[in-house]
Design a protein around this ligand. Structure first.
Ligand code: AMP
Length: 503
């Protein structure tokens, strides 16, 4: 009997002595030891009542044990449901109510606050602390070190990941064994991952990037991971010499560029730097190449689809683009009347074995975004050029419609970013009595610069149609970002909502 994901990612670790994980303190965890932990946790979760098909919700710090809990859930034929560690009790209340998991694994520190929430939904609580200890590990200690994985096929659910939900309630994206395995296989092949690789893994594992892109690829190819609890420049600088590849969000790379210890010598031996989850500025791409000689490989994906496009491993990695559709993934740019020709901006749609099974218990939302013929409406706006390269210009919901004209924030942001003294910018639409929405810019200044918002706007005046020019701008210390480095435009819109309202 087979279990699609377990057989490909976890079962091959049996007997493997080489390290699957290297921890910041130098401790190494062999593949075999990790698999034995997976087996014990699977028995423990089973003893706690988890049955095939049940959801296992997990809101714990990143640790080897937390990743083993993912393996254990897959082995049990259950559905792994990781939650952002920043979620509050109110948010957890929604997720537990929506997903009705059998077990909720939480940080011991939060147990008292979350227990009543879980009890309200009839969910059993078990703890797992930052170093992996807690009620679940205690329960697992005396369990056998092998486990017969429950049979599961490619169409069975392996995970539910909730979308970040910036416009309404989060939706649970249902991902099958086949979704996850096919994407890991394509990416491992495209990016040439092998058992010789040592991946510097500083991403959270509650999100598709760190859990599926990074961890699944390493598990699949039998490589090692330098498994860091989070991004810490000191740790990255000291451990980079042991790594061959790194995956990160753009802020990891800008932080490294800010660090004088991050030199060409330090990065010289690396095989690959990959970026995704948020736009990597072309300027960062260039600065990185100037510093290290490496061209960062940018790719694009989302919770619902895993990865969709990637710049090539060999060949032209084009700064400011997210590259070409992955092998097996179809991509089109849709306008109101149908697919658009190269160069035109429309909504990106994708279809392929990577695309999710729908939103958990939300058939209407699923029908709105996932067409019956398999095309998923990503909600991202972009173009594809004649060579197939895709460029993202923003989320459809961030599109600004001012006086009936469409303004793509990215076009304005790119010009603002070029202005002297500007570090970065975010362009948003705000309610306006005449125009419906008005273009508004939020700017941050380069170190030591006193930025004059008016002067910045004057600097782009000749370069943009009048309707695209921001009606006003403010300078702030920093842009609000979520853990994956995405600028939270919904927060900016809320903060500045009254700006153009008539008083
Ligand atoms: P999430 O579901 O949290 O992974 O967010 C997915 C969204 O992140 C996508 O729909 C894009 O809007 C954005 N995204 C991911 N990768 C990139 C990228 N390389 N460039 C620009 N936006 C990206």
């Amino acid at each position: 009997m087979t279990n699609t994901l377990f057989d490909a990612l976890f079962a091959p670790l049996a007997g493997r002595d080489r390290p699957l994980m290297i921890l910041p303190d130098g401790q190494e965890i062999s593949g075999d030891r990790f698999l034995r932990q997976v087996a014990r946790l699977a028995h423990a979760l089973s003893a706690a009542g988890v049955q095939p098909g049940d959801r296992v919700a997990v809101q714990v710090a990143k640790s080897p044990a937390a990743l083993a809990a993912y393996g254990a859930t897959v082995a049990l034929g259950a559905v792994f449901l990781p939650l952002n560690t920043a979620y509050t009790a109110d948010e957890v209340d929604y997720f537990l109510g929506n997903a009705t998991p059998r077990v909720f694994l939480c940080d011991p520190v939060k147990r008292a606050a979350l227990l009543p929430v879980a009890q309200r939904h009839g969910v059993r609580v078990l703890t797992m602390g930052a170093t992996g200890g807690g009620e679940l590990t205690d329960l697992a200690k005396t369990q056998p070190e092998t486990f017969d994985a429950v049979p599961r096929g490619p169409g069975d659910l392996a995970a539910i990941l909730y979308t970040s939900g910036t416009t309404g309630r989060s939706k649970g994206a249902m991902l099958s064994h086949g979704n996850l395995l096919s994407n890991a296989q394509v990416l491992a092949d495209l990016w040439r991952f092998t058992a010789e690789d040592v991946l510097l893994h500083a991403l959270p594992i509650f999100h598709t990037h760190g859990l599926f892109v990074a961890s699944n690829i390493s598990l699949l190819t039998g490589g090692s991971m330098i498994f860091l609890p989070g991004f810490d420049a000191d740790q990255v600088v000291s451990l980079l010499p042991r790594a061959t590849a790194m995956m990160g969000v753009p802020t990891f790379y800008t932080r490294l560029l800010d660090d004088p210890r991050f030199t060409r010598d330090l990065a010289g031996h690396m095989r690959l730097f990959i970026s995704g989850s948020a736009p990597l500025l072309a300027e960062t791409h260039r600065a990185f190449e100037d510093r290290t000689g490496h061209r960062i490989l940018e790719r694009y994906g989302m919770t619902e689809t895993n990865m969709n496009t990637s710049n090539p491993y060999e060949g032209d990695r084009r700064a400011g683009t997210v590259g070409l559709p992955l092998p097996g993934v179809e991509l089109r740019i849709m306008g109101e009347a149908g697919p658009l020709p190269p160069g035109e901006v429309g909504v990106i749609e994708v279809r392929g074995p990577n695309v999710f099974q729908g939103y958990w218990q939300m058939p209407e939302k699923t029908a709105e975004e996932l067409r019956a013929d398999g095309w998923f409406i990503t909600g991202d706006l972009g173009t594809q050029d004649a060579d197939g390269y895709v460029t993202i210009v923003g989320r459809a919901k961030d599109l600004i419609i001012t006086g009936g004209y469409n303004v793509y924030p990215k076009e304005v942001e790119l010009l603002l970013d070029e202005q002297p003294g500007v570090l970065e910018s975010a362009v948003i639409g705000l309610p306006h009595p005449d125009f419906g929405e008005a273009v508004f810019a939020v700017l941050t200044a380069q170190k030591g610069v006193q930025l004059d918002a008016e002067a910045v706007l004057a600097g782009i005046r000749d370069r943009l149609a009048r309707f695209k020019q921001p009606k006003a701008a403010v300078v702030v210390d920093s842009l609000p970002r979520n853990t994956m480095g995405k600028v939270q435009k919904n927060l900016l819109r809320a903060t500045h909502a009254e700006r153009f309202r008539l008083s």
